[in-house]
Ligand binder design. Structure first.
Ligand SMILES: [Zn+2]
Length: 114
């Protein structure tokens, strides 16, 4: 089915409501790391190794530099949610741009009609 103007306009409104519902956002990414303590004969040095309690790092680029912050499990859970929200927002905005381009092209074409 070809995309009609009204179909795009409806989709655009739906996406705008989705933006409003996104919630808090954070950029960057989260990594889970397991600790190797370095003590000889520790279980983390065994084969296979049993690593210690995991920790989490939130990483993002800022002015071309990579910023890394260590966070605990509770903070990591929140960050994961905010990062997912940020990625969702990026996706929605990209869709808004694509649809808006079509809608504005259509309006410009209407104007140029005799
Ligand atoms: Zn160890």
């Amino acid at each position: 089915m070809p995309r009609t103007g009204s179909c795009d306009a409806e989709r655009y409104e739906v996406l705008k409501r989705e933006v409003a519902a996104v919630g808090l956002i954070r950029r960057g990414s989260l990594v889970r790391r397991l600790v190797v303590c370095g003590k000889p004969n520790c279980c983390c040095q065994a084969d296979p190794p049993r690593l210690h309690v995991p920790y989490y790092q939130w990483t993002r680029k800022l002015h071309g530099k990579t910023l890394t912050v260590r966070v605990n499990k509770v903070e990591a859970k929140l960050l994961a949610k905010w990062i997912a929200n940020g990625r969702r927002l990026t996706k929605i905005v990209a869709q808004l741009e694509r649809i808006s381009l079509r809608l504005t092209e259509r309006q410009l074409r209407e104007l140029s009609k005799p």
